[in-house]
Design a binder for this molecule. Sequence first.
Ligand SMILES: Cc1cc2nc3c(=O)[nH]c(=O)nc-3n(C[C@H](O)[C@H](O)[C@H](O)COP(=O)(O)O)c2cc1C
Ligand code: SF4
Length: 676
Amino acid sequence: MKECAYPHLFSPITIGGKRLKNRVVASAQASPHGVTVGRDGYDNASEYQAQYMGLLARGGAAVVNTGHYGVDPRFQLGALRYAFNFYTDRLYNDQMPILNLMSDNVHAYGALASMELNHGGYICTPFEGNKVLGPMSKELPDGKIVVAMDKNEMERVAEYFANAAYIAKLTGFDMINIHGAHNWLLGQFLSPISNRREDEYGGSPENRAKFPLMVLKAIRDRIGKDMLISFRYSVAELVEGGATLEESLRSIKLLTEYADIIHCSAGKVDNVQSSNYLFPSQYTRHGVNAYLAAEVKKALPDVMVEMVGGVNDPAQAEKFVAEGSCDLVAMARSFIADNNWAKKAHDGMAEDIRPCIRCLRCLNESINFQGHRVCSVNPKRVLFQELPPSELPFVRKKVLVAGGGPAGLMAANELGLKGHEVVVLEKSEKLGGRLEFADHIAFKEDIKRYRDYLIGQVTKNKNVTVKLGVEATPETIKAEEPDALVVAVGAKNFYPPIPGAKLPSVLHCCDLYGREDEVGEHAVIIGGGMVGCEATIHLHSMGKAVDLVEMAPELMPENKMDYPDERDFTLYYVNHKLDLDQNKPMDLPVKENVHIHTSTRCVEIKENGVFVENSEGEKSFIEADTLILATGLKPDFDYLNSFEGLAHDVLFIGDCKKPGTICNTSSTGYYAALEI
Ligand SMILES: Cc1cc2nc3c(=O)[nH]c(=O)nc-3n(C[C@H](O)[C@H](O)[C@H](O)COP(=O)(O)O)c2cc1C
Ligand code: SF4
C-alpha cells in the first residue's frame, strides 16, 4: 500500500458524532458568483456556488464551507452584495433546492457541508433607512447611525441565526460555521474596541461573550445535537486596544459549551495591518495564526481547534496537526488556486499543487476582467461556467511556443494536456523568464514556488519538448514547421524620454534583482507603481535608503481601482519595516529612510542623482548613489511583427501582448491553449 506523506493531516477524526475523513477544511469564500441578484434585489444562493462546493469536495477537503450568509433580512452583509440572505418569501421555492444541491454535491465526494452564518452589525447595509445595529450607539463616517442593541434586539437576531441554522439543517448541511471574527457583529461584541458597553454585555471578556453565547444557544436549541457548530474567532485582533490572546481564551472557554470547534483566525477586516493576519499576504509568514491555535489547544486541550491563515504547503499543514497545534487546518486561497489541493496532497502529488502566491487579487472584482474575481495562478476561476466540450473533433497540432517565461509555460502545459505536440524554444539556458527575480527577494517565496511548479509541470508533460538556448527567430520557427505558433517572448525594458535615462549607471528595475551588490547606500527609484514600491520594500529591507518618485498624486495608481487590497498591503510595507516573522503588526516601526515624492516628475537624471519638479513647478535635486528606473516594459513591435505568417495560427500572449502581472501571463497563456 502506498503510504501517505502527510499521515496526520489525512487521518480521520470524529467530532460530535460526525466523521471527518481528514483534517482539511475548505474555508469560507464569498464570491460574486456565489450569489445571483434576485428580482427583488435580494441575493440568491447560486447554482454556481453548489457546483463550486462540489469541486472542492471532489478536490479532497473533509469539510466544505459556503461563503458567509447573512441571517437578518433587514440588512445586506457588508457594503457589497455577495452574501445570500435568508429572505423567507422565496426561500422555500427557489432557494432551498439550491442549498440542497450544495450539500448533495459535497456529500457525493464524502465531505461534510458547512454553512457559514453571519451578521454584519454596523458594517451591514440596511435595505431601508440608514440605521444599522451594533454593540454601541454611534454615527459612522458615512452617515449611518448605529443603534446599540438592547436585549430584545439581541434575542431577535439570535432567532434569525437559529432560523437560518434550521434551514441549513433542512437542506442537508452537517455543520454551521458562526462568524464571530474580523469585526462582523459577533466580533464587534467580542472586541473591547467596539464594545465598551457598561451593562452585562460589555466590560470583561466573559460579558462581551454573552451575546455570542445567546446566539450559539439559540442555534443549538433549534438544530439539536446532530449538527456540528464551529465558531470563527479573531483570537488576537492585533490592533492597539483590540482583543488579546489572554482575553480571548476566557471567552472561548464559555463558547465551547455550544461550539464543537473553535476556528482560530486573527485581525479585523477594517484595519490594513491587522487584516494581513486575516488574509496573510506575501509580507507575512505562512501559517501565521498557528501559534494562536496552539495556545487555544494548550489552554483547552479537550476543545477541537481549527487554524487558518496562509497555509499552502501540505508539509506545513501536516506539521501543525502532528505537533498538536490544531486538529483541523482551514484554507481558502489554496483551494482557489488549486481546487484539488487536498486530493493532490493525499495522493502523493504535492509538487503538482498550483500554489497560491498570496497576491490577494481574488478579494476584488477586477475591472480588467469584467467584474470577475480572478485568481492570478488559476485562470479557470474567471470561467465560472465552463462551456460544454466543442463539437469539433480534436485535431492534434504541432504547436511552437516561443519563450519559456510564465505565459509560455502556462500555454505549453495546457496545450500538452489537451494532446497537442508542443515545442518550447527558450533563448536562455533556463525556464521561468522574468520570474527568476523571485530568487532574490525574501517576500517572493510564493512566486518562486509558482515558477518551479510551472517548470515542473512542463518538464513532466510528455507532449512538451523544451529546447533551451534556442532563440525564436523566423528561421528557428520555420525549421520546426509548426501548425500554430504561440508567441510569449516578453517585452523590453521601457526607458522614458528623460534626459539621462540611458546613462550607463542607471539600472532598470527589471534588471535590479540579483544585482543588488551594485546598489549603493542610497537609491532613487523613478516610478511608484507596484514594481517601484516592491523594489523600495526590498532595498529598504537590505538597509538601503530610498527616495521614491511618482508623477501621480498617489503611489500604485494602477491598482487603486482594480486590486485595492493588494495595493493597501504593499503601501503599508512601503511605509513600515518589513519583518516576515512578525506577530504584532502594530509594533512595526515606520520606515525612517524611505522618502516618498508623489505628484513629482523626474526631469533629468545625472550620475549623482535626479532633478525633479513637483506639481507647483518647484524644482529640486535628490542626491543618490544609485538610480533605478521602475518605468515598466514595452512590447518590441518590430520583433513581434517578424512572427506574423509563420504558422496557420499565430497568437501573442503574456507581456508581449500587454505587459502585466502573473495574472496577465497565466490567463493569456491559458486562453491561448483554449483557442488552439
Ligand atoms: C475570495 C475570498 C472570499 C472570502 N470570503 C469569506 C467569507 O465569506 N467568510 C469568511 O468568514 N471568510 C472569508 N474569507 C476568508 C477565508 O475564509 C480565510 O479566512 C482567509 O482567506 C485566510 O485563509 P487563507 O490564507 O487560507 O486564504 C474569504 C477569503 C477569500 C480569499
Ligand atoms: S488570486 Fe492570488 S491570493 Fe487569491 S488565490 Fe489566487 S494566487 Fe492566491
